[in-house]
Design a protein around this ligand. Structure first.
Ligand code: SF4
Length: 434
């Protein structure tokens, strides 16, 4: 079995036993180079080994080049990743500037053969520039062709990925990282495991970038991320991780670092007791989630009792009960709360998603069993919240769209009225179902 190593920038190595690298993504406007520089500095100080930036157009590619120069002048060599959706001209331009470009080649063109042609052109360019590619296929953006052929499933994600991997193999291009993200931990774990097994059967393994998309914020976002990521890392699957939180992206790094290092500390992977003594509450919940999450996901335990202390003080019973319930829900074993899919926001987000998400959560927390999406942009938001029952999607300029499943029910709603309308819609649907 050939385990491929990928070199990103001058120093970062992924794959073939290299330590799991942690990464994050700026959520400021990439064209605001001052803001992006400040955010990258803070991320670098917090341990980011790779930083991604929204790259919607050619203007953003130029800004990314400027940012890279400024970071180098400041002694920051953290590789930069251009996040490109849909536009192949932007991907081609970014491959000359960024250390890595994240694409879903299937979105380059509606015609699959044309998308393949563009992908080959991009690979040829990357061979010359030394740019690494991440092929990222998310559950929420599988596309009509793959969904028709294989369903909106983990297997469909893997089948979509195989097509692009085979092109890389034919062209003998191995500077590639693969990702199959989903907000549903069960789908995400199943997709990565199937892809990894297929790569083993083929006799080669590309590095994998792991992520639970739209995990939300706070305790539930941390627990959901840890459950999905730890389950795969425990299997030895995964070379770099990103924790997607709807918070300041700098907050993602200590969480990612905890999870990435968890299995390097020689932890007992099959515990019999669930008692932890932690220095702070975040460490407590991350340790519990990284420890128990894989057991729940693989049905090795059905229920458990939590104990423990934070700084030597016993944790109140109701806190332990809440963490217990969040863990069961994150592993999709028992649903006792409203579930949220909230994007981490990026340069496409034109409103304060953190505050909006907090307000949506506050007003909908009682809606047990529902899945509510809160998304930062109309370009990718509706696709990415594929699992949600209802969705709040920011359009920019103070306007919002409200979705029921995949159907847009309201468009162009002023932000101040949007949460009321969302609640009314849910109430009316519940009344008609009674
Ligand atoms: S849904 Fe839109 S705003 Fe949110 S992270 Fe994705 S691209 Fe950015």
């Amino acid at each position: 079995m050939k385990r491929i190593q990928v070199r990103i920038g001058d120093q970062l190595i992924l794959g073939n036993g290299a330590p799991v690298a942690i990464q994050t993504m700026c959520n400021c406007n990439t064209n605001d180079v001052d803001a992006a520089f400040a955010q990258c500095q803070a991320m670098h100080a917090a341990g980011a080994q790779l930083i991604r930036l929204t790259t919607q157009g050619l203007r953003e590619v130029a800004a990314l080049g400027e940012l890279k120069k400024r970071l180098l002048q400041a002694g920051i060599t953290t590789p930069l990743v251009a996040d490109v959706h849909f536009r192949s001209d932007v991907a081609l331009a970014a491959a000359k500037v960024a250390d890595k470009v994240r694409i879903n080649p299937g979105n380059f063109h509606k015609d699959h053969q044309e998308a393949m042609r563009i992908f080959r052109e991009l690979i040829t360019l990357c061979k010359n520039t030394g740019c690494v590619l991440r092929i990222g296929i998310n559950h929420g953006s599988l596309g009509e062709r793959i969904t028709r052929l294989h369903g909106d499933t983990a297997h469909g994600m893997v089948e979509a990925m195989k097509e692009w991997v085979q092109v890389c193999r034919e062209m003998e291009f191995d500077q590639v990282v693969l990702s199959l993200k989903a907000s549903n931990t069960v789908v995400m774990v199943a997709a990565y495991r199937e892809l990894y097994q297929w790569m083993e059967e083929q006799g080669y393994a590309y590095p994998l970038h792991l992520g639970v998309t739209e995990a939300g914020n706070g305790r539930s976002g941390r627990i959901k991320s840890a459950v999905g990521l730890a389950t795969l890392l425990q299997d030895g699957i995964g070379d770099t991780i990103r924790v997607s939180l709807t918070e300041n992206p700098v907050n993602e790094l200590p969480v990612a670092n905890f999870i990435a290092r968890y299995f390097e500390r020689g932890k007992d992977q099959r515990p019999t007791t669930f008692s932890y003594d932690a220095p702070d509450m975040d460490s407590y919940i991350l340790e519990a989630a990284s420890h128990i999450g894989p057991l729940l996901m693989d049905h090795l335990v059905d229920d458990f009792e939590l104990q423990g202390t934070v700084q030597g003080e016993p944790i109140p019973t109701e806190e332990l009960q809440d963490i217990h319930d969040e863990l069961l829900q994150a592993a999709r074993r028992r649903f006792t709360k409203c579930e949220y899919i909230a994007c981490p926001s990026c340069g496409r987000t034109l409103f304060d998603i953190e505050a909006t998400f907090a307000e949506v959560k506050r007003r909908t927390a009682h809606l047990q069993g529902l899945v509510i999406g809160v998304m930062g942009c109309i370009v990718n938001g509706p696709g990415e919240m594929a699992d949600a029952d209802y969705g709040y999607v920011g359009e920019g300029a103070g306007k919002v769209s409200i979705y029921r499943k995949k159907e847009r029910i309201y468009q162009g709603i002023p932000q101040e009225e949007a949460i009321d309308l969302l609640l009314n819609l849910i109430e009316n649907d519940r009344d008609s179902a009674r």
